[in-house]
Write a protein that binds this ligand. Structure first.
Ligand code: NAD
Length: 477
């Protein structure tokens, strides 16, 4: 008997959770369920995190969490509980299998069988955002070496364990050379340790187009958080419905299982939603905790139900489906099919094996770090790059000299174009005239800026690591 935490969530959450629990418990899952309240009610009760401390204690004690979708209220002040849970519990790998059920669910892609492995803790989902000037807000994109190593290694270990032939990496490192560049570099490093598994890299935009058009050329795809979020919704939708896919969120200690879709508030309370996504999440959970016989029984009954053409509205299609049913009726059909197997779709059988465990991340030896200059971000409401350059050049000291100004990343000084549109947010790069500079020189420059009434918003130090300058050039530089 395993004690798990369950949250019924918002919108369609309670309906699909009731359906899922009824199916797996009738199938014989050995579960003791501790239910917690999270989401909308908790948010609107004044708790901006959407969860109480007592609920965190229960999640951490039980370690296995089955969660229905949660509505994150729109607007400032509310943080997504889904993202918080993944990060607090260190659930670094999000696994999202998307497989066609041809010819029983209408799809343009009969041979699609991909697994998206989404980095789950960092990227733009660090959620670090600031307004800096009247006109400009920013979101920090954080990508770390441990984050990349863990997710990429997980993807290759997953491919090895499940006899997948290829791991593809999607990034946008032609533009984001530092952040996505690191993800791609780590992918190349780790791929070389798995010579039996094919590997390739695609720029995410054309990769996305290819996946939407010809998904059968992909097998396992690993990607940073934001691309993984978007691409997995697309992948699930083109198998037939976003309501079909489940996901596991795996960490070293804890794991969370859910549907990939959200709380679909417009469909709530009408006995309409497809419970399959959450059921798939629950099946992944049963495999994870070693109740593989039950997982198998449920999956085969579900496949048979789909094969019999018993479909919820999202996958119902005249000529393909046999009967349109609601959430409860669908669950009842799956229960009636427990112990039976599909005829055309492949019957599944799961081995009882341990979840993938990665070696602990070991911090690398520290690099030699030199300070080469500083980017000073300035709020200035003028529009003439030459005029701001003149103000900023007055800060040149013995070593730090203004070398470039960009506006939204594009170089506007020296030799900018009159056509370039400028906002009130200027990045002014001061470079060391000698090999490097010191923090004292930077502080002196900033204190000089205050006396000259220059509105400095923030600075970014420009470093070289082991002799390699590690910051982006200005566009057009
Ligand atoms: P959504 O996934 O909830 O719904 C989009 C549309 O997809 C729905 O209108 C519906 O037509 C269809 N759909 C989704 N699930 C379905 C199912 N099981 N059966 C049939 N049709 C289904 O996306 P959204 O409308 O952008 O988000 C609604 C809320 O969910 C937001 O508050 C969002 O923050 C939240 N959300 C939560 C999670 C999570 O809990 N993991 C994930 C994504 C979004």
């Amino acid at each position: 008997m395993k004690t798990i935490t369950v949250a019924k969530g918002d919108g369609i959450g309670p309906e699909i959770m009731d359906a899922t629990l009824e199916i797996i418990m009738t199938a014989g899952a050995q579960l003791n369920i501790e239910e917690i309240e999270v989401g909308e009610k908790v948010y609107l009760g004044g708790n901006t995190s959407g969860i109480s401390d007592a609920s965190w204690d229960i999640i951490r004690k039980n370690k296995i969490f089955l969660k229905a979708p949660i509505t994150t209220p729109q607007g400032k002040g509310y943080k997504s509980l889904n993202v918080t849970t993944r990060k607090f519990l260190g659930l670094y790998a999000n696994i999202r299998p998307c497989k066609s059920l041809h010819p029983f669910v209408a799809t343009k892609h009969p041979d699609m069988d991909i697994v998206i492995i989404r980095e789950n803790e960092e990227d733009l989902y660090a959620g670090i955002e600031h307004q800096q000037t009247d006109e400009v807000v920013q979101c920090l994109k954080l990508i770390s070496r441990p984050g990349c190593e863990k997710i990429v290694r997980y993807a290759f270990e997953f491919a090895k364990k499940y006899n997948r032939k290829k791991v593809t990496c999607f990034t946008k490192d032609n533009i984001m050379k530092q952040t996505d560049g690191l993800f791609h570099k780590v992918f190349e490093e780790i791929a070389s340790e798995y010579p039996d598994i094919e590997n390739e890299h695609w720029i995410v935009d054309i990769g996305a187009a290819k996946m939407a058009d010809t998904p059968e050329v992909f097998d396992v795809i690993v990607m940073p958080n934001l691309y993984g979020d978007i691409m997995s919704d697309i992948a699930a939708q083109i198998t037939g419905s976003v309501g079909l896919a489940g996901s596991s969120n795996i960490g070293e200690e804890c794991a969370m299982f859910e549907a990939i879709h959200g709380s679909a508030p417009r469909r709530a309370g009408q006995n309409l939603a497809n419970p399959s996504g959450l059921l798939q999440g629950a099946i992944m959970m049963l495999i994870h905790i070693g109740q593989t016989e039950i997982a198998e029984k449920v999956q085969n009954a579900w496949l048979k139900t789909i094969e019999d053409g018993i479909h919820t509205y999202d996958i119902y299609k005249e000529g393909v489906s046999n009967k349109k049913v609601g959430t409860r009726e669908f669950a009842q059909e799956v229960i009636n099919n427990l112990g039976k197997a599909p005829k055309t779709l492949n019957t599944v059988s799961y081995d009882n094996e341990n979840p993938i465990q990665l070696p602990k991340y070991k911090r690398k030896p520290l690099a030699k770090k030199e300070l080469l200059g500083v980017d000073v971000f300035v709020h200035w409401e003028g529009t003439e790059a030459n005029a701001i350059a003149k103000k900023l050049e007055a800060l040149n000291n013995g070593n730090l000299h203004l070398s470039m100004i960009t506006n939204r990343g594009i170089k506007v000084w020296p030799n900018g174009f009159d056509e370039t549109f400028c906002t009130d947010h200027w990045r002014c790069r001061f470079s060391a005239q000698k090999d490097n500079t010191t923090k004292e020189q930077v502080v002196q420059l900033l204190s000089d800026a205050i006396t000259k009434d220059i509105d400095v918003i923030k600075t970014e130090n420009l470093y070289a690591f082991d002799g390699t300058p590690s910051f982006s050039l200005g566009q057009g530089q």
